[in-house]
Structures are given as C-alpha cells and as structure tokens.
Design a protein around this ligand. Structure first.
Ligand code: GAR
Length: 192
C-alpha cells in the first residue's frame, strides 16, 4: 500500500512508521512526504530515507491551504500513486479538494482522547482541565477540526507533577505504537 505523508513538524510519527516498515513489520511504502513548513524535521527524515519530499508553499493562509494549492497537493499525491494519506503532525485543516480526492483514505493522529480536547496543544488542554487520563486518537479526517470518525485510541495517565513536555512525551510513546498499527490495518484491507 502506497502512503503519502503530510506533516508540519519534527516527524516523530513518520519516523515510527518508517521504523516499522524498514523492520518488515508494516507492509506499506512511503512514496511522498509533503510539508507545509520549510525546514520541518519531517523533510530531513524523508531525505535521509531517500523518500521523495517537497515543501507546500501557501502564501495566503496559515490554518488551511487555498483551493488551488490543495489541488496541487492532490495532483502530486495522485502522481505518486498514493492510496492512503497519512497526516503526521500536519497542522492545517483539510478542505474539499483533498477530502473529495481521497474519501475515507485520509487519517490523522491527535494527541488526546477525542472528542475531548480537539485543536492545538491538546496535551496542554488536558493538563489545564485536570483530567486523570488522556491519550491519543487515530481518526478519519473530515471537514471539521479533529471531528472525523474514530478508528483507534490509546490511553495515557496524567501523573502528578506532569508538565506539558512530560505529558506530550508520554502521549507520543503511545502514538508511535498506535499509528503504525492502524496503518497496518489499512494495508491488510481491514479498514474500508
Ligand atoms: C503529534 O503529537 C500529533 O499527535 C500532533 O502533533 C504532534 C506531531 O509530532 N498533531 C496534532 O496536534 C494534530 N491536531 P511529530 O511531528 O513528532 O509526529
């Protein structure tokens, strides 16, 4: 199964997918990495692994892509033969051109137990709310903010003395297990 990855940040979830693929435990082929942030770590990782990567340039908006730029993303994903679009720390909303091109074939990982704490810095929202547990969620992407159908979740305890950094780090440990496991279900044809 050919996967295309969209990211904005350091790319540790992408790295976790690569690790499983390289170990022969995940039957997927990353064919394209796109980042909307110049210099994002995820691009460095892709280059290091010899995977084609490109920067998406969006001059007008910060929280979404303009329709023409997003249509360009669709073109690139299609040209690369992408079957599943994997958002890995991609911090923009996805709009019609991409959603319509890949129905039920765009997934995202979010650092909270959705529907709790959608949006930015979900681990900080969890700390602020004083919950005893949080976690991460893999979900189908729809036009809302982290509102698509939930595919899988993993729980993480919030511990006394946690800071935003320690809690996010604990959540990421679970993300790096959950995301490859869900992608494997797509590769096996278990998720239609
Ligand atoms: C991850 O924790 C991911 O869940 C979060 O960004 C981080 C990216 O880390 N995504 C969101 O908050 C999306 N709403 P990474 O670049 O190391 O994979």
């Amino acid at each position: 199964m050919k996967i295309g990855i969209l990211g904005s940040g350091k790319g540790s979830n992408f790295r976790a997918l690569l690790t499983e693929i390289e170990a022969g435990r995940l039957d997927a082929e990353p064919v394209l990495v796109l980042a909307d942030v110049e210099g994002a770590g995820i691009l460095e990782l892709a280059r290091g692994a010899g995977i084609p990567c490109e920067v998406i340039r969006e001059p007008k908006f910060r929280t979404k892509l303009s329709p023409e730029v997003e249509a360009g993303v669709v073109r690139k994903l299609r040209e690369a033969g992408v079957e599943l679009v994997v958002l890995a720390g991609y911090m923009r909303m996805v709009k019609a051109p991409l959603l319509e091109a890949f129905p039920r074939r765009i997934i995202n990982i979010h650092p909270a137990l959705l529907p709790a704490f959608p949006g930015l810095e979900a681990w900080g929202q969890a700390l602020e709310a004083g919950v005893a547990k949080t976690g991460c969620t893999v979900h189908f992407v729809d036009s809302g903010m982290d509102s698509g159908e939930i595919i899988a979740q993993a729980e993480v305890p919030v511990l006394p003395g946690d800071t935003a950094e320690t809690l996010h780090a604990r959540i990421q440990v679970e993300e790096h297990k959950l995301y490859p496991a869900v992608v494997a279900r797509f590769a096996a044809g278990d998720l239609a």
